[in-house]
Design a protein around this ligand. Structure first.
Ligand code: 2P0
Length: 332
């Protein structure tokens, strides 16, 4: 806190999002323009938010960044890029320096992408602090140049990020539209991913021949998925979601050298879900999984099947009981 008379400060929060149709590949690295549209759900986990406080005053002598109250030696290049864009857009040219304080209410090592919620909260806070024009699209732009998928955390509910024109994101349906939908997150491994998404997607573009084939499937899948969400057709929703996850990981495997994010536990969970879905023999899908750039499954399920599926998870992964319980969530 500062006693400066021109001291101003804003704090904002944002939540992580999980992609149903994955973003993978940039047609413009600098501006982070994606090769394909993506569709996600913003999570509403009570204990999972990123908070960012941005402050400015004339007495500050440089830009500073604190993560978990620890001052970092320097700002990342992405963060510098975001601040450069804020300065360019700000009407008063008096923005001297900014202090950024960020923390997550969930462990950074929980295996959940925190960069999306971190950059979304930073973008919203900066937009508010400097009262930038067109706040929502400006915050979306700033979030995107910080970390591509962060643009989807600007909105709650079901969010589409377009790969066309200005590459904005928009809420397709609010979370209340499908209130029976739940997410169960299992943390199989919380260590840092072997290859960053940024590096891996660039490598995929350069080497994978399956990549172009994947791109040609995206819009059809998104249209079908949006229709499934509209009419709450869980079977179609589940099938498209699982198939896109597998296709994304197949493209990663087709990258040279291969990028392997799934582990043996991930594969076990995939088998478990399919056996469980076929148990009744009535073609009704009860659970769907999706995996991001990591081994941890995000399982979508309707409320009516939660208890049954949790019992199964507790049986197969007895040490994970607490986490599983903790992460049963509504969508935002
Ligand atoms: C997604 N992922 O749609 C995909 C699926 C990971 C797998 O967006 O380089 O951290 O900052 O734009 O956003 C992770 O990539 O990458 C990601 P950059 P980002 O959620």
């Amino acid at each position: 806190m500062s006693n400066d008379i021109d001291y101003r400060s804003v704090t904002c929060q944002a939540s992580p999002n999980i992609a149903l149709i994955k973003y993978w590949g940039k047609r413009n690295e600098e501006l982070i323009l994606p090769d394909n549209d993506s569709l996600s759900i913003t999570l509403d986990l009570n204990d999972m938010h990123s908070y960012t406080t941005v402050s400015t005053s004339s007495s500050m002598i440089c830009d500073t960044f604190y993560f978990d109250d620890i001052q970092q030696t320097k700002l990342s290049e992405r963060m510098k890029k975001v601040l450069q864009e804020v300065r360019r857009r700000a009407k008063d040219n008096k923005i001297k320096f900014v202090e950024i304080r960020s923390h997550n209410s969930f462990p950074a090592s929980s295996g959940l992408a925190s960069s999306a919620s971190a950059y979304a909260s930073l973008a919203i806070a900066l937009t508010n602090l400097f009262q930038l024009d067109n706040p929502q699209s400006t915050a979306a732009y700033l979030a995107r140049i910080g970390s591509g998928s962060a643009i989807r955390s600007i909105y709650g509910g079901f969010v589409r990020w377009s790969s066309e024109n200005e590459c904005l994101s928009s809420c397709i349906y609010p979370a209340e539209h499908w209130s029976e939908l739940r997410i169960i997150i299992l943390i199989f491994n919380s260590s840092k991913k072997p290859v960053s998404s940024t590096d891996a997607m660039q490598r995929t573009r350069e080497t994978s021949t399956l990549f172009q084939a994947r791109l040609s499937t995206i819009n059809d899948k998104i249209n079908k998925l949006i229709e499934a969400i509209k009419i709450k057709d869980f079977n179609t929703f589940a099938k498209i979601t699982m198939m896109d996850s597998s296709q994304f990981h197949a493209v990663c495997m087709d990258t040279y050298p291969p990028v392997i994010y799934l582990n043996d536990q991930s594969k076990h969970l995939i088998d478990l879900v399919h056996v469980y879905n076929q148990m009744d023999g009535n073609q009704i899908i009860k659970v769907a999984y999706t995996f991001d750039a990591g081994p941890n499954p995000f399982c979508f399920i309707r409320q009516e099947h939660v208890d049954e599926f949790l019992s199964l998870l507790k049986y197969f992964y007895p040490t994970m009981n607490d986490d599983v319980h903790k992460h049963v969530s509504n969508v935002n």
